[in-house]
Design a binder for this molecule. Structure first.
Ligand code: HEM
Length: 254
């Protein structure tokens, strides 16, 4: 009988499997398995860290950086560029009430879009996320240069995009929550601030944000598998004693 058949058909099969596992584990002096447990299912509290990853709108970035506008996109005041061309805005404060479905987060960082030799000059800053149930809103400031050389126009704390969380479930992390693939559309105020080149309701880049909640320490448990004194591969003739209780099998009749 081949070894596999023997394990399956023999009345002591579970016992043999257990002893084989013990033999394998016996080669490791002591195995410690550290497990990071995600934040509690209802974790709420102040926002103490995290970030928003957002590209505003991929086609706008391509237009600015491409042969039409010959421009640039400059992150500043804490914003940084991600490898995929989107930008990261660090979270600086706010609050997350998980069971109430309310989240507010303010974000540092600005992005300046320049094109057409300076005729297009748009800076966004002071981003802020507000979630009420499944409805999300991002407010921000826009400063738009005047192509005719006059003073720039400031759109202060406008509702720039709305986003929809009805199909997005936040993922629990060790210290907070993470949302990704959140669909967003431009508002009327956002459309005006971008010179009316996009209609209200135009899809913008999806949002991805991770928020760290204060007071949540990462919980790490350590499972210790003791070094075994039963490192044999031969099947014992009777139920063992002193074997790791996790993988020891009960005694079998026959
Ligand atoms: C000298 C001034 C400007 C010129 C010559 C110009 C020219 C153009 C052209 C030719 C396109 C079409 C690009 C394409 O289809 O690939 C375009 C698109 C666009 N322009 Fe301008 N533009 C100017 C100023 C501005 C300003 C001040 C804004 C304000 C934000 C702006 C925002 C846009 C937007 C949002 C688009 C659509 C980009 C997309 O495809 O998603 N432009 N512009």
């Amino acid at each position: 009988m081949n070894p596999v058949s023997a394990l399956i058909t023999h009345s002591r099969a579970p016992f043999r499997i257990a002893s084989t596992l013990v033999a394998m584990l016996g080669t490791v002096a002591a195995l410690n398995i550290a497990t990071v447990i995600p934040a509690q299912a209802d974790a709420s509290g102040p926002v103490v860290g995290g970030y928003l990853d957002w590209g505003v709108k991929a086609s706008f970035r391509a237009y600015i950086l491409g042969p039409v506008a010959h421009g640039s996109i400059t992150p500043a005041v804490g914003a940084t560029e991600n490898g995929d061309g989107t930008y990261r805005f660090p979270a600086t404060g706010g609050n997350h009430d998980h069971s109430g479905g309310n989240t507010d987060a303010s974000l540092a960082g600005s992005l300046r879009f320049l094109g057409h030799g300076g005729a297009l000059d748009v800076t966004i800053s002071e981003l802020r996320i507000e979630i009420r149930g499944n409805a999300g809103l991002m407010r921000l400031d826009v400063v738009a240069g005047n192509p005719r050389g006059g003073a720039p126009t400031t759109y202060d704390d406008i509702e720039f995009v709305t986003f929809d969380l009805s199909a997005v479930t936040p993922t629990s992390t060790a210290t907070g929550w993470s949302w990704s693939g959140v669909p967003a559309v431009l508002t009327e105020a956002g459309s005006a601030a971008l010179g009316g080149f996009y209609q209200p309701g135009t899809p913008m880049d999806p949002l991805a944000f991770t928020l760290e909640i204060g007071g949540l320490e990462p919980i790490t448990t350590t499972t210790s598998l003791p070094s075994s004194s039963v490192p044999t591969t031969s099947a014992p003739s009777s139920a063992p004693t002193g074997v790791n209780p996790v993988i020891a099998t009960p005694a079998f009749a026959g």
